[in-house]
Unconditional design. Structure first.
Lengths: 455, 832
């Protein structure tokens, strides 16, 4: 397959101006997947999705079909919760899906509800996404009026109510247990698993399936075209396509749907069909492959395929599908501070290491940037990170209920390990580290080939 | 089938040592029970674990390799390996401690918690000597009052969620909450909504740092200067266990002690801060007698002036002798320890020879009902899955520590609560069945509840469907406990007693937990301070012969109860009245009768800690030592559980223990009680009352005390209660108490004295139209005997046709409307 015939599954309607309306959506096979699903038994639909090995697109990459089977049998009611609280820096794929193709999500929700046996679905959309909220609400109203949502859908005895809920601006609510707390009307703070695995004890202590917007948006296509068609796409372990949001120092930032495992980072960053290369023709310094909490990648990782296993092996993750590109002019200390500050401000305040540790790290980094840094501050920074994530490593060891606190340590590890010299310039002296970070992507700068070595 | 039975222990290893845990036990508890203490801040064994502070992180290997996990959130599993001292565990815990300290002010030298602070202790034991945090710490305005009794210093707070969890989960008053996010998260109240919980003081006790401090204790002492003894709270009849802590012979605070069968460590603010009354400036340091403005003794004087014990006891003794047994009455005794109550019972019944003795003030229930029904413990009442019938006062207002236990039983242990109260209570929102009969008609309702055929019409104002549903719950086969007490002071006891007996006969196996509220009233009844009773839960009729040797003048006939004594005093048949810690003007539910009686008697003798409103009319006031921490003795709670009361400080001036006053008076009356020490009293009591043997052996001295069971009192058969007629223009009055009122101890506790909320008349919202007034209007409330002016407010918790008011409040004399002999009281409510 060449780069020119990129398959489009869920972004196929992005260029269709009226795709967000019911008429526009139905013109391009809208709600055909639902109709096809309702011809089958719920078990058949569930089996099909399981066979499709649709990996969750929220960040953890857990197969959706398996997730659905985790709800204990014969416990009713059970709920479907759609996680539309996309708030990680550089991540905006779900927002585009919500704004440009809301009916596709609704159809996916209905298929999932049918397969899992939910009579009620909750659509949780990030509070700041006003346009997405308007589009979603309008689409839902249309779908209700047309009989796609509500009682006796398409004349069958299958009924689902979809509840829209706007978030109040907390990043951590993207974590599924915090999202459930927030839906229940409490402060958005994560619950400890165990015992609160949502599939067993979720919303209102009932079995709850939490799926990402992108994950569910794939369902209409899978049902409409069949699992065999789907499984032709993608790599051995990651089937289908994936939507990436590329941002940073590129010529053409945006949301791109690519086939799993076929496209490489070099393609998506440099190909004119996608991000179109670094702006101003500058050189690449580093890029974040999968959201703010992912260890950074460098030049030497560019030829990795966009595929879960390969990237995991290289020491990072695809995560939320946000690729942030930094060119050669980037101040990496500043870049790391931006990420740490994000996590410090978004800490919910529940667990001590995250609440206190992230803020402390932000303060140390700010001091370094302000020119008040001492050489030993970088070691202190690393030791603080080591206390948030004991035995500093990737994937990080948890000292908290959710991974937010640990996430703040990865940009520090990446920046300090690779760009120690930049820190040394700020603190005005050589840095001695007493913490070693374990992780394939936490690597120092490449050693220059010696001249005349004959290689 | 022993091989399928659930295992009773789980084998785990802690730091390589094999230990046995209980199934389902949390790792943190299993380790502590086996001598390995895991540090913690947020975990509290009486509240749900939240795993927030992360201090208790330890490496746990459940079979898949060691991983850091909060030991307060993980239950033991077979072959689990716990590492509390591994390098990874230590690294994690040290890191947490450093994180907690970076923003915590180092003002330990001026912090109330310093010296008993878990954070300080942890830091001393494991913390780094120096801080690596060079930035400015977090700042908040400090401290801020979050209620009348509690201050909050948000800079010291480590956000452990203990206080907020307590407020929400235990007390049910979610008035403090986390606000803000991340590092700027703070605990605070909602704007304009103070943390006005009856239980707010517990948050101060469980705060692991000095973020919450109590106004009455702030800056009063350093913990290392405090000495403590474990004692029992005498403020109400729950008998919560407390630690009495003093410095330089002054009690500076009461701290709740976790007694598993009783209060679980929690106290009401009323109990906790009642220590303030002990050294109130109004405390009596010696006896007083009538005198003139120059301070000279004068029997006709209009003041109370200082006298010597010889003068006061002499005057009292000669008045008692002159009056003779039939013209003497003694009211009160609930303030006394068991030992003092025995001494006073012996003085009155054995020496004076009068049976006109009543520890209750017509605000409780007949003694035979309290002692004669099958009794339940608090634990039995709170049996998981059991049925609780509330036929008594609002526990939240009158017996706070019991309220917390009942609330827990209903919410956490799925007990079913059935309310048979005249209006809604603090437990109503958890009640499965809310039956609110018209005052005076609960006997009829109980008859309908036990009937085989469901009623077809409303009974006592309760719909038949509600009665049928409650009957079904009562017949579910689960253990039934009735919380039995006085539902309202504006209704007689006949209907309540009838209801209790009907339930007893209708549901075999039902047990009763007494909800008489006042201090050691159950001890006083056990010691015979009630007409017709003798010590040991026995009657004059049954046991007179056995007592006659030890008590030479033991009466032959049953005497008068409180109402009878006051009526006799008002008509001149009783001429000498002893108030044994009683304040009838405030507490007797017929203020007019009490006033007439006190003004009519020739000799009024008050034995008290303070000059009460009634004491102001006294001829002789004898200064007593407080039972809560100035005397040794014992206390009997509403279950019949006897626990120790311990002396920690000396009484003011020459005030002395009540039993000594009784002994002195006996001598001057020409008798000799033969009682010289508390131990001797216990020995004599045990000789006369077999059920009280544990008092003589000292077996009651443990934290949980000893439950005294048995006794020979039976409930006397009664006529059917007369159902009072009501007319369509009147409202049935409901008079209840609130936690804070004009009670003697409260009014002498400077922090709590102003908390009495005052009263209004509350009507159901739908009754307003009929009345033609709007909420907040000023109205006149008239009963047969008196009327008063007050404000009217709507309250959906008051049934239609009833009118609810609070008794003993500063702004309205509800006691004046009451009549101790009436089955119910109707009032007119009119716009003025």
């Amino acid at each position: 397959m060449t780069m020119n015939d990129v398959p489009k599954i869920i972004t196929s309607r992005f260029d269709q101006g009226d795709a967000h309306t019911l008429d526009g959506y139905r013109r391009t096979h809208g709600y055909e997947g639902l109709a096809a699903a309702l011809e089958k038994t719920p078990q058949q639909v569930a089996d099909e999705v399981k066979a499709a090995s649709l990996l969750g697109r929220g960040g953890a990459g857990f197969p959706a079909g398996i997730k659905w089977t985790l709800a204990p049998a014969n416990v009713w009611p059970r709920y479907l919760v759609v996680n539309g609280d996309e708030s990680e820096p550089g991540t905006y794929k779900d927002r585009m899906l919500l704004e440009r193709d809301p009916h596709q999500l609704i159809e996916g929700v209905l298929i999932a509800c049918y397969a899992v046996g939910c009579g009620q679905a909750f659509l949780y959309i990030r509070g700041e996404m006003a346009h997405a909220q308007e589009r979603m609400a309008a689409a839902l109203n249309e779908a209700y009026a047309a009989g796609f949502v509500g009682k006796n859908i398409l004349g069958t005895d299958f009924s689902v109510d979809v509840v829209l809920h706007w978030g109040a601006g907390a990043y951590i609510v993207g974590e599924e247990t915090a999202l459930i707390e927030s839906l229940e009307g409490n402060r958005g703070m994560p619950r400890l698993k165990p015992p609160f695995f949502p599939a067993a004890k979720g919303l209102y202590m009932q079995p709850t399936i939490v799926n990402n917007v992108e994950t569910l948006s794939n369902l209409p296509w899978i049902i409409r075209n069949g699992v065999d068609e789907w499984n032709k796409l993608g790599a051995e372990t990651s089937k289908g396509t994936r939507v990436f949001a590329v941002s940073g120092h590129v010529n053409n930032p945006g949301v791109f749907e690519v086939e799993f495992g076929v496209t490489t980072f070099r393609d998506i960053i440099f190909d004119p069909k996608f991000a179109g290369g670094i702006r101003g023709g500058k050189a690449l310094k580093a890029f974040i492959p999968g959201g703010a909490s992912a260890p950074w990648f460098y030049e030497e990782h560019l030829d990795l395929p966009l595929e879960k296993v390969a990237i995991d092996r290289a020491g990072s993750m695809l995560g939320s599908g946000a690729i942030v590109v930094m060119d050669e002019d980037t101040d990496m200390v500043k870049a790391a501070l931006r990420l740490v500050r994000f996590f410090a401000r978004e800490s919910c305040g529940k667990c001590t290491p995250c609440r206190e540790g992230t803020t402390w790290m932000e303060k140390i980094m700010q001091r370094i940037l302000d020119g008040h840094g001492r050489p030993e501050d970088v070691a202190l920074l690393m030791d603080t990170a080591d206390n948030i994530s004991v035995d500093f490593m990737w994937p990080p060891r948890m000292t908290t209920i959710c991974p937010l606190g640990q996430s703040a340590t990865t940009p520090i590890a990446s920046a300090v390990m690779r760009f120690k010299d930049e820190f040394e310039r700020y603190v005005g002296g050589p840095i001695e580290l007493n913490v070693t970070v374990k992780g394939a992507a936490f690597i120092g700068p490449p050693t220059r080939k010696k001249e005349g070595s004959g290689v | 089938m022993s091989d399928t039975a659930a295992p009773t222990t789980v084998a785990i290893t802690v730091n390589g040592v094999a230990v046995e845990a209980k199934p389902g036990e949390l790792v943190i508890d299993a380790c502590e029970r086996n001598g390995v203490y895991i540090p913690r801040f947020c975990y509290h064994s009486r509240m749900r674990a939240v795993g927030m502070c992360r201090m208790c992180l330890v490496e746990i290997d459940g079979g898949r390799g060691p991983a850091l996990q909060p030991s307060c959130m993980v239950s033991v599993s077979p072959d689990m390996k716990v590492f509390t001292e591994s390098p990874v565990t230590k690294k994690a815990q040290d890191g947490i401690l450093e994180f907690l300290l970076i923003n915590h002010p180092l003002d330990c030298p001026v912090c109330d918690k310093g010296g008993e602070c878990p954070l300080q202790d942890q830091t001393m034991a494991y913390g780094p000597g120096e801080s690596r945090f060079v930035e400015e710490k977090r700042h908040f305005e400090k401290p801020i009052p979050i209620s009348d009794l509690v201050y909050l210093d948000r800079e010291r707070c480590i956000l452990c969620d203990r206080c907020t969890r307590f407020a929400k989960e235990v007390a049910g008053d979610p008035l403090i909450h986390f606000q803000g996010r991340g590092n700027l998260t703070e605990v605070n109240t909602f704007p304009d909504d103070p943390f006005s919980s009856y239980f707010s003081g517990n948050t101060v006790q469980i705060c692991p740092v000095g973020a919450l401090t109590a106004k009455p204790y702030r800056f009063k002492a350093r913990p290392w200067d405090l000495e403590e003894v474990e004692s029992t709270s005498v403020v109400d009849s729950v008998g919560s266990r407390i630690s009495v802590q003093s410095s330089r012979d002054r009690v500076l605070r009461f701290v709740g002690v976790d007694s598993d069968p009783v209060n679980w460590g929690w106290l009401t603010d009323k109990e906790r801060f009642s220590f303030e009354a002990l050294d109130h400036e109004g405390r009596l340091g010696g006896p007083l007698m009538r005198g003139n403005a120059l301070g000279k003794l004068d029997a006709k004087g209009d003041q109370l002036v200082r006298a010597t014990w010889a003068q006061a006891l002499g005057a009292a003794a000669s008045a008692l002798t002159e009056a003779g047994p039939s013209r003497v009455g003694v009211l009160g005794g609930a303030r006394l320890t068991n030992e003092a109550a025995y001494a006073w019972a012996k003085l009155t019944k054995g020496v004076l020879g009068t049976d006109n003795v009543d520890a209750q003030l017509a605000d409780g229930l007949p003694a035979d009902v309290v002692l004669g029904l099958p009794r339940a413990t608090i634990d039995e009442a709170c049996t998981p899955g059991g049925v609780i019938v509330l036929l008594g006062p609002d526990p939240k207002e009158e017996l706070g520590a019991l309220y917390l236990r009942l609330r827990h039983a209903v919410i956490e242990d799925r007990a079913t609560l059935i309310e048979l109260t005249p209006r809604s209570t603090g437990l109503s929102k958890f009640a499965a069945h809310r039956l609110h009969p018209r005052p005076g008609e609960v006997g009829e309702l109980a008859t309908a509840l036990v009937a085989d055929v469901a009623p077809t019409r409303a009974i006592a104002g309760v719909e038949p469907a509600a009665i049928a549903a409650a009957t079904a719950a009562l017949r579910s086969g689960k253990p039934v406990t009735v919380i039995l007490g006085r539902t309202s002071l504006a209704e007689g006891t006949d209907a309540i007693v009838e209801a209790a007996l009907t339930l007893r006969d209708g549901f075999p196996g039902v047990k009763f937990l007494s909800a008489l509220r006042r201090g050691n009233v159950h001890g006083a009844l056990d010691m015979g301070l009630s007409p017709g009773l003798l010590p040991g839960r026995t009657t004059l009729a049954a046991s007179r012969a056995a007592f006659v040797d030890a008590w030479p003048n033991v009466p032959t006939a049953t005497g008068l109860d409180a109402t009878g004594i006051l009526e006799a005093a008002a008509s001149g048949r009783i001429t000498t009245l002893v108030l044994l810690g009683a304040d009838p003007l405030r507490d007797f539910p017929d203020a007019a009768l009490a006033k007439k009686a006190l003004e009519t008697v020739e000799m009024l003798i008050a034995v008290d800690l303070f000059v009460t409103d009634s004491g102001r009319l006294a001829d002789v006031v004898l200064a007593a030592a407080a039972s809560s921490s100035e005397v040794d003795g014992s206390f009997t709670n509403l279950e019949g559980r006897v626990t120790a009361v311990r002396q920690k400080v000396t009484p003011p001036g020459t005030a002395r223990a009540d039993w000594m006053i009784a002994a002195e008076l006996a001598t001057r009356l020409g008798g000799d009680l033969g009682l010289e020490s508390v131990e001797q009293i216990r020995a004599e009591l045990a000789a006369l009352s077999r059920i009280h043997e544990p008092l003589a052996t000292g077996a009651f001295g443990d934290r949980d005390g000893v439950l005294i069971t048995g006794g020979s009192v039976t409930v006397a058969p009664r006529e059917r209660a007369v159902v009072p007629k009501s007319d369509a223009y009147s409202y049935r009055l409901i008079a209840t108490r609130s936690m804070y009122d004009l009670g003697t101890v409260l009014q002498h506790s400077s922090s709590s004295a102003h908390l009495a909320p005052g009263t209004a008349v509350l009507l159901h919202p739908l009754d307003f139209d009929q009345l033609g007034v709007e909420a907040g209007a000023r109205v006149k409330v008239s009963a047969a005997k008196a009327s008063l002016h007050t404000i009217v407010h709507p309250d959906a918790g008051v049934p239609r046709g009833s009118a609810a008011m609070l008794f003993n409040q500063p702004d309205a004399d509800v006691g004046g409307l009451l009549d101790a002999r009436a089955a119910a009281i109707d009032v007119r409510v009119e716009r003025v």
